[in-house]
Design a protein around this ligand. Sequence first.
Ligand SMILES: *Cc1c(COP(=O)(O)O)cnc(C)c1O
Length: 414
Amino acid sequence: MNFDTKVLQIVNNAEQKLTDFFKELENIAFLNQNKVLEAFQNNNVALRHFSGTTGYGYDDIGRDTLCKVFADTFHSEAAIVSPLIASGTHALTLALFGVLRPNDKMLAISGAPYDTLLSVIQGENIGSLKDFGVSYEQIALKNNDFDFDEIKKSIQNKVPKLIFIGRSRGYEWRDALSVLKIGKVIDFIKKIDKNIIIMVDNCYGEFMDTIEPTDVGADMMVGSLIKNPGGGLAPTGGYIAGKQDVIEQVAFRLTSPSIGMEIGSYTGGYQQFYQGLFLAPHITMNATKGSALFGQVFSDLGYDVCPNPTAKCNDTVRSIKFNTENELISFIQSIQKASPIDSNVLPLPWDMPGYVDQVIMAAGTFTGGSSIELSADSPIKEPYIAYVQGGLTYEHVKIAVLMCVSELLANKNK
Ligand SMILES: *Cc1c(COP(=O)(O)O)cnc(C)c1O
């Protein structure tokens, strides 16, 4: 291989330190694989479920069964899984608009929701929740946990119809929230008022643990199929899983209040969605091993990383704090260079729709913008933090780490 001995040594040493941690990840993948397999078997998934449909898609058995397989995998009463959902943001928007009505209050309890939701909630004259008369309050996390006192106060002040929790960290320097922590706050809220709908943004969280937010009482959880649960094969789409009555309301928003999930065709067929879900526990493990390797290597090189290399991961994202804007940009460019697709493209900072700061992104992916595939992005602002995630195979991520370190050391020696 064309890597310097010194670089190989750094990366191999880091890998050694992760041996026990990797065993834990393998055990999580094993238990999750079993969950998914059981869901397939309980629903008698067969080749006929892979066929596409056209037009209205009445009696689209592939669609209906896929929804059931997701619901069973996540131990929820119902699920909507659809290629007609264009992205994670779209799925989250459907979920919010599905249940919130004029004069309702939405309360976010894990700080600001993901960037692309800000204008969905508070935008002016764009059909935001605010435009429809839904009020909004937000409570920051306290010591990386929920602020129970403030939550209680806010609920007593005006009972929210919906409480929003973001499991992943978004562009924040903190650990993602564990499902156990989420479960504790859900218990706390439900004891105050069991009717409050609790929604979890589960993007990047699926299969990171052996339980999901729906196992600890979330009324609905939402995610993107071009992240973990699509297993790198789903070409597009999103899901919402949760309680039957809530999911039904969301289905009315997805299509029409008179139709719900009775329609929706997809001529491309569903094999990639099924097969992607089947692979998802393993692919998520690969990405998480890769993420830990990034963490260990850059930590060994003296950079701050989050979470710490062998801390339990609650999402696939690894944040690395660089010293300068140049170092950051060069890192993102190295990831692009290490990608199977568009490796010759040089990413540059740009004004990405839905984001506040300029963003630089590496996404040399088979599926456009997929972040279960190796990808990295970063808002251009101080401190200079890169967010790396994904990797369909651990071997690929290791090669990318080797390339990033080679480039970094070469630049330092210039
Ligand atoms: C990816 C992501 C979303 C949705 O983003 P899309 O790019 O619209 O799919 C929402 N929340 C979090 C935490 C995410 O990681």
